[in-house]
Design a protein around this ligand. Structure first.
Ligand code: 5CA
Length: 446
């Protein structure tokens, strides 16, 4: 993309309504614009990051054997009355009537609809196990939407639902999700710690939340510091292998890690004092096993091998996709702006032309730009007639991990400058070598 033709409405002033750094930076970097309280327009740069996260989530969900589909956001209230949640959900659920005076609602989650599609189409035990999921907008009429996309009213969620014949099968689905989520967050460049939590309006008593540690997080968390040394890394997992999934789950959940809802001071006291941590975290996902709660209410059953009726065991599993962008920025920024991890960056590298209109500089920039595009990468070329300082400031603000700076002086010596946004370190390379370096960096990420 050439910046002269892009739509990147960066702000010079720091917006006064934004209380936390991620909200400020998303507004300043032209990623989002507030449409109304807790509802945002996703401008091109923000939309690009959202799409990157979705791609990672789809890849990791399907690696674990889960099947994507899409449900409507506007739903008839009938199913919700059947499950009993139409009344129970409270004022967070946005309700409306259609022209025929029928009760409708904007989906705050989708257990009912997913249970319905299974009860209407799956009749035999042979069709199970099944995990289906979507990435779809949700609406919760939060009393206090705040911190930008962190606590929105409209937000993007990956929500998945497993349908199993037995509790053991459903617990395997739970474990599989936990393992798959560890891998998903790590690919995004985030450490998200599974913690024992409370299930809230989703129900069930078996649940973990995934938390990214951050001072601005809304949840208070208590954990054994050893947990932050764990990484999933590049281990190969067979998601059908129950033993393997169970072992990973135990490795990542055996140490003390709880949100304030489940915190127990007496149990925490058993953690050696030097390792006890009390901190704040951002909840970027949650997984639930709730047994037959919804399938009983909605009559989701299949015929077993001898024709007997089996009530399905279920769980649901969510990732806060739009909230993750806030969490990523809280964890990756400095006073100049955002610092994207390579796995989620909107553009892979920025090219800064220090002397737009100079034939040799323009040609070198074009060459680098085309070579990166040819390699399947997505560069942003700042080809505007602007001062160098303004170009650098924009690149720092929007946080592309790598910048290639091209100017007449360097080109006179046959070199350009390659700069890491994270460390600020630069090195001089030939244009070809710079392209090769960027290709090599992303070969291990994409
Ligand atoms: N049906 C289940 C799982 S599919 C469910 O709704 N779970 S949830 O309530 O925990 O939501 C899943 C994730 O959505 C949360 O972990 C959080 O990251 C995100 N989320 C929830 N509420 C908001 C909100 N108001 N703004 C942004 N993200 C939110």
């Amino acid at each position: 993309m050439r910046l002269s033709r892009y739509f990147l409405p960066v702000l010079k002033e720091t917006p006064s309504e934004a209380q936390i750094v991620s909200h400020r930076l998303m507004l300043r970097a032209g990623m989002i614009k507030q449409a109304s309280a807790g509802i945002y327009e996703w401008l091109p740069l923000g939309f690009k990051v959202l799409r990157r996260l979705e791609t990672i989530i789809h890849e990791e969900q399907q690696r674990a054997g889960h099947i994507p589909m899409l449900m409507p956001v506007l739903q008839s209230a009938d199913l919700w009355k059947e499950s009993g949640r139409y009344d129970a959900y409270g004022p967070e659920m946005l309700r409306m009537k259609d022209r025929h005076d029928r009760d409708m609602l904007f989906s705050p989650t989708a257990e009912e609809l997913f249970t319905d599609v299974v009860r209407s189409n799956v009749t035999s035990y042979k069709d199970l196990p099944l995990t289906i999921y979507q990435i779809q907008w949700k609406f919760r009429d939060e009393i206090r939407p705040r911190f930008g996309v962190m606590r929105g009213r409209e937000f993007l969620m990956k929500d998945g639902y497993n349908f199993d014949l037995t509790k053991e099968d459903a617990l395997h689905a739970y474990n599989r999700h936990l393992v798959s989520y560890l891998r998903t967050y790590e690919r995004m460049g985030l450490q998200a710690i599974p913690m024992r939590a409370d299930s809230g309006p989703i129900g069930g008593d078996y649940t973990h939340e995934f938390l990214v540690l951050a001072e601005t997080g809304e949840s208070e968390v208590f954990y054994d510091s050893e947990i932050t040394d764990l990484t999933f890394g590049d281990r190969e997992i067979d998601f059908d292998d129950r033993g393997q999934c169970q072992a990973v789950l135990e490795e990542f959940t055996s140490r003390y890690a709880r949100t304030d809802e489940t915190h127990d001071e007496a149990v925490f006291a058993n953690v050696p004092e030097a390792r006890r941590r009390v901190a704040r975290g951002i909840e970027v996902g949650q997984i639930f096993y709730f047994g037959t709660e919804y399938s009983e209410k909605l009559g989701a059953t299949v015929a077993g091998p001898d024709g007997e009726k089996i009530t399905l065991h279920m769980g649901s599993h969510g990732i806060g996709v739009s909230r993750l962008i806030g969490a990523l920025i809280e964890a990756n920024h400095d006073d100049k702006g955002i610092i994207w991890p390579e796995g989620v960056t909107p553009f892979h590298a920025g090219i800064v032309n220090l002397k737009q209109g100079d034939a040799a500089t323009d040609a070198a920039c074009e060459g680098i730009y085309k070579a990166l595009v040819k390699a399947g990468l997505d560069p942003l070329y700042d080809d505007r007639e602007e001062r160098a300082g303004a170009k650098f400031a924009t690149m720092d603000l929007i946080g592309l991990p790598w910048r290639i700076t091209v100017g007449p002086r360097g080109l006179g010596n046959g070199v350009v400058e390659l700069t890491s946004r994270r460390t600020g370190e630069s090195e001089e390379l030939t244009p070809d070598a710079a392209v090769e370096r960027i290709k090599a960096i992303y070969a291990t990420v994409l």
